[in-house]
Design a protein. Sequence first.
Lengths: 448, 560
Amino acid sequence: MLAEFTSPFDATAVRLLREAGADIIGKANCDEFGMGSLNKHSHHGPTINPFRPSSGQIEKRYPGGSSGGSAAAVAAGMCQVAIGTDTGGSVRLPASYCGISGLKPSYGLISRWGVVSYADSLDCVGVLAKEISDIRVTFGVLSTYDNRDPTSASPDMRSQSAEAIKSLLSKLEGNKDTKRPLDSLRIGVPQEFFPSELSPTIINPIRSVIRSLRAQGATIVPVSLPSTSYALSSYYVLASAEASSNLARYDGLHVRPPPGSDITKTSRNYALSRTKGFGPEVKRRILLGTYALTADAFDNYFLQAQRVRQLIRNDFNRIFSLPNFYFTDPSTITVSQEQEKSREDQIDVLIHPSAIRTAPRIDDTADKNDGDESDLDSYVQDVLTVPASLAGIPALSVPVPERYLDPKGDGWPIGVSVVGQWGSDELVMRVGEAIERLNDSPSGNNVV
Amino acid sequence: MLTLRCCLRRRNLLDARYFRLFHDARSHEPVKADPRWPGWQVVIGIETHAQIKSTHKLFSQSSCHTRHSHSHSPNTEVSLFDAAFPGTLPRLNPICVDLALRTSLALQCSIQAQSSFDRKHYFYSDLPSGYQITQQYVPLAKNGTLHISQPDGSRTPIRIKQVQLEQDTAKSTFVPYKRESWIDLNRAGTGLMEIVSEADLRSPEEAAEYVLALQAILRAVGSSDGNMEDGSLRCDVNVSINPTGGPTGSGTRCEIKNLNSVKFMTAAIRHEIQRQSAILVSSPDARIEQETRGFNEDTFETFRLRSKEDAPDYRYMPDPNLGVLRLSKDRIEHVRSTLPELPWQTRKRLEEVYKLSERDIDVLLGIDSGREVQFDGEKARGAVKYFEVAVEGQGLVPHGKPLDPKVVMDWIQKLGGLLAKENIPFRSNPITAEQLGELVYLLQTDAITPTSARRLLRHMVKDPTTAKTSFVAKEGDYYTFSSSLDRNSTSAVSQETSDKDPLTVLCEKVVAERSEEVGKYRKGQKNVLNVIVGAVMKESKGRVDGKKARLILQQLMEES
């Protein structure tokens, strides 16, 4: 649809990177309008995952989607850092499949001005890199208030949440060189994020990571986020509904109509432009979203999905020790309620697998392409990433150290996600670095 | 909020139930029989769209100024957002909100502390993004009142259901000979206020009164120009009829869209009443079909646009970018406390303070359509303010005795006539209120005559100056010839001292020149005096007091 379109302006994110001296080497492949979990639905064809397992076996696998091109470029060493957008996991999933780190920041921290909207209420600009230190530098440049984005977090919100998290960060800083660097950190393990679809070759390495974090002094708390099971359905209703609205502008009138258009009748021009211009996955989501917004379906689909989204936010707000400074409805949260929460039930970050599997083979799904089952299959890949998107909270996928991988597995990378309260992006990166450091230590249970 | 949304939604969907719940706010009044449609009661509700008079559009920084000048070229005031470029996002213009708040407060609405923006989806070539941002579920303000005047002078309250903010669309022009549609995005994204009345109006004339009263309010608070002709005010009218004595509002309504003058609106309502009553009397089973209708400005008839079944599903969705609009009490109070004077308040003041007649007030409020406020709600010097400054006569009357308001009013009207002749709108009037005030002062102190005052004013309109009126009068020799008969000769400041006063000198000159007429006069033809006075007038270019000239001439001719 936008093959011949060149935007006349730079996105705020691009402008900030350029101003900070970054060298922008190119645009990366991604699923059309960010819709896809594999990088399969690209106009240019799929990107091939550049990872090579230690077995040396060469096979074509997907890099994950939608920002698969960005992840692959980083994994292949073409660039130090890449940015991508994450609506339901589009940065974290490719990071996990390609064996690199990917941060979906808190919603509203990085300006969306210049980001082609898929679902405005979920879209986030994310950062991918091999090293979290590179993500931190890049995120630091990008995370700034922009009055061109009406959802940009105000300087007030930013300073409030920075203030709230300050003491925990300085404690961790103080512990840095001790034997228990994560002392005073409470990590929650949400039971709902270990669904039946999850293969044992994923669970075991994640367990090892959690054990190592405990060995570094972190308190591990099993927690429950009961609304998680509805998250995927809620996500697909809301994201598709917003997509059907956002993509209405691609009508073939304001960009050049496709050849053969009947320009004497606008409706025919719309039909042809949108039929020819969009790929099958985009059309599917537009139709789903259009249905969800029709007068007959609105209550049961869109409003229901919004209610579920609120339940999911409430779940997270209940377990996090910090308050949410962005999605605060002043009428519902009072100080006394905040005080009632006892430290015992609360956690600072959550940890869970980033994906239910390793990167899928390209021929795997290509064979039974276009069947409905395979598409539903690919939707399920987002099941672990969409809750953080719906809640607008930061989530970082970090590769599990190679030596923790299950010998029975396929040798491809597994990502572990660290999720925090809105605004605790720095905390999430600190915990991510603790996982990163597990690579260096001689034994998993006895670390720095 | 969710429950509220559901309620609103159901109400929109189930029109039948909505009508069963019809509340007749005027049930205490006797139903007036109308000889034009005996046996029928007419029920009318009006939805108006008023363009917000702001410098910038509702969600972008591009200007909406140009829509007022006809010289602008199309597609020049378009931001990337207005053209729906990918990656652009809306930014709410707080001035549009404040102007809509002014309107809502003037309409005595209750302001919603939280309102929200929603997207209304449809494909049309004048809608680049494929949706219009509006306030479907929670409008800015609700439950207001607007009073309309009745022929007997009484005032009837009409309930305002809601006021909401929304975007205007682009303008499309069909060029038949080329079979092309041209799109001008200059209008796209301009702020609109949708003001919805309850179905409290009972005749085409009441509908007209409603629109006029609304126009006056919009102009007084400066939130819109409210011109139907240039599209800054547009009306959709809902009309239903029911048998007199039957339940009010029990008829099926039809909506007539896009009426762009009060005259067309009343004509459309009249036609619609006749059409509906003709259907209903044609057979006992006949029913009115709920539909949307247009109005043909050539035949003065309404025609069907689409039936209820064809009504599009707009797939309303809360706008994910704009979220909830929260208005603090302070902000609402600030708007309330700075609300410009409303039309009836101005009337009352002009009547009580200046004792102006109703006719004079109408004239004053009608100048430049009563615009006292500029873009973005900035105060301007409208005609009322102009009048008040002129009457004050600053610096002229040290002891606070203002000029005669009626004389000032008289001269504002004369000025209006001069401006009209020169095709100058009042807002570009080159005469300042101070200058006009001084003109009236000179006149009231007999320093100039009405004739030369008129000439002086014409001169100042044609050749504008910032100088004081007295200065221009002196330079251009407009002052009245003073005479020894003047009781207050200080007013004629420019006179040199000489043996004889200038008027006498002039009269002597004329008497010397007109020996023939003087001879006739002396022979008893007293009527010839008028001719001689006329000659003096002519010679002085109207700068003499006729009565004084007459006295001096009589003396001169009878002396010798």
